[in-house]
Each structure stands twice: as C-alpha cells, then as structure tokens.
Design a binder for this molecule. Structure first.
Ligand SMILES: C[S@@+](CC[C@H](N)C(=O)[O-])C[C@H]1O[C@@H](n2cnc3c(N)ncnc32)[C@H](O)[C@@H]1O
Length: 198
C-alpha cells in the first residue's frame, strides 16, 4: 500500500472512532471468511488498543450471549460487559492457562491473534522471535478451539512462515487453512494472516 493508502486507513479509523486502523484488517477477514458468524465465545490475544474489540462489538448481535477473553501486555481502555481483558504476557503459558481455567473457559468458537512483537531491526533475530511467540500460543488453539472453530493469526512472511503454514495444514486439514493479506495492511509490510475456516 502506498503512503496515500496508509493515510486513507488512518484517517478513516479516526473518522469512524476506531482505536487503530487494524480494525479494517479484521473487517476484511470477516467479510471474506465470515469469522464472526455464530460466535459466542472468543479469545483475542495481542488485543490492545482494542480496535478489533470495537469491530466485534459492532458486528456480533447484542442479544447474543458472548464471552471474549483478551490478553495483552498493555492495558485495554475500552470496556464492555461481555469482555474480560487481562494484562498478561502471552508467552507465559502457566499464567495464561491459569486465567483460562479461572474463567472456566471450555471450548471457544474463535481465536484471533493480531501480533506485533517488539522488533530490534535484525531480520533473522526478529523472525525467530516472532515465530517463537506464535508457537508459544499454539497450545491455546489445541486446547480450546472447537473442532469447527475458526481462527485468524497474523504472521510475518519471514523464515519459519512456510513451516508454520505447513504444520497448521497438517493439523487442521489443508483445505481449511488459507493465507490472506487484507488490502488495509501496509503494502511494504511482510504481514499476512493465516485463517482457519469453520
Ligand atoms: C498490532 S497490536 C494489536 C492491535 C489490536 N488487534 C487492535 O485492533 O487494537 C499488537 C499488540 O501485541 C501486544 N504484545 C506484544 N507482545 C506481547 C506479549 N508477549 N504478550 C501479550 N501481548 C503482546 C502489544 O502490546 C500490542 O498491543
């Protein structure tokens, strides 16, 4: 995406009261894969400042019973009755497991993961850390996602990406796993999303 394109989504987010332009990525993913259809329980990891929550809140019918558990290192300012947010390092497996147990989470319909780890500008090290962090979360999908559940995981097309896609295809079935780069992603960015359909 050109700078003009970037500016377009940033301005649009401000105008439409979204906390971040990331909202449009989830919107595009949802339009393409109907991610939010029939969702009652969801886990959102890497969730601050909260634009995905804003989009979910406006897309899931209010009469539906929903429970969304959120994790981020930063505090999430936005609050909704059916959302519980935790300031929690997602790589702390015991900490995350304890919270999900406490919340009595059994199985969820959707897991979304919009990661952006701190990078140091050294491509190899950043790539390894990024894949390491994603791998640190895969147990959540194994343990909590319903068989027909959906997910969207932001990843970077750095070393380790192909292997991750291959492993997810092996686990969830090749025809259920897709990759998709929303138009609202920065053109130069290596980010893309791995999606599992329901
Ligand atoms: C791209 S932002 C998420 C944007 C969010 N989806 C939204 O729409 O507002 C990525 C987030 O990952 C969080 N993060 C980075 N490392 C983390 C970690 N180890 N555990 C939990 N959250 C982390 C950052 O604090 C940041 O808020």
């Amino acid at each position: 995406m050109s700078n003009r394109g970037n500016e377009h989504y940033t301005k649009k987010a401000k105008k439409e009261w979204y906390l971040a332009r990331s909202a449009y990525k989830l919107m595009e993913l949802d339009e393409k894969y109907h991610l939010l259809e029939d969702v009652h329980t969801a886990i959102d990891i890497w969730c601050a400042p909260g634009s995905w929550l804003q989009y979910m809140a406006s897309s899931i019918p209010q009469q539906e019973w929903v429970q969304i558990i959120w994790f981020d290192l930063k505090e999430v300012e936005i609050q909704l009755p059916w959302v519980t947010t935790y300031m929690q390092d997602i790589s702390d497996v015991d900490g995350v497991g304890h919270i999900l147990e406490q919340e009595q989470i059994k199985q969820v319909d959707l897991i979304v993961s919009d990661m952006a780890p701190d990078t140091i500008g050294m491509a190899d090290i950043d790539a390894i850390r990024c894949i390491w962090l994603i791998e640190k979360t895969l147990w959540i999908y194994d343990t909590y996602l319903k068989d027909w559940g959906k997910f969207a995981i932001k990843v970077f097309m750095w070393p380790g990406f192909d292997e991750l896609v291959r492993d997810l295809k092996t686990q969830y079935g090749a025809s259920n796993i897709m990759t998709f780069k929303p138009k609202s992603c920065r053109q130069k960015s290596k980010e893309t999303y791995i999606v599992k359909r329901g």
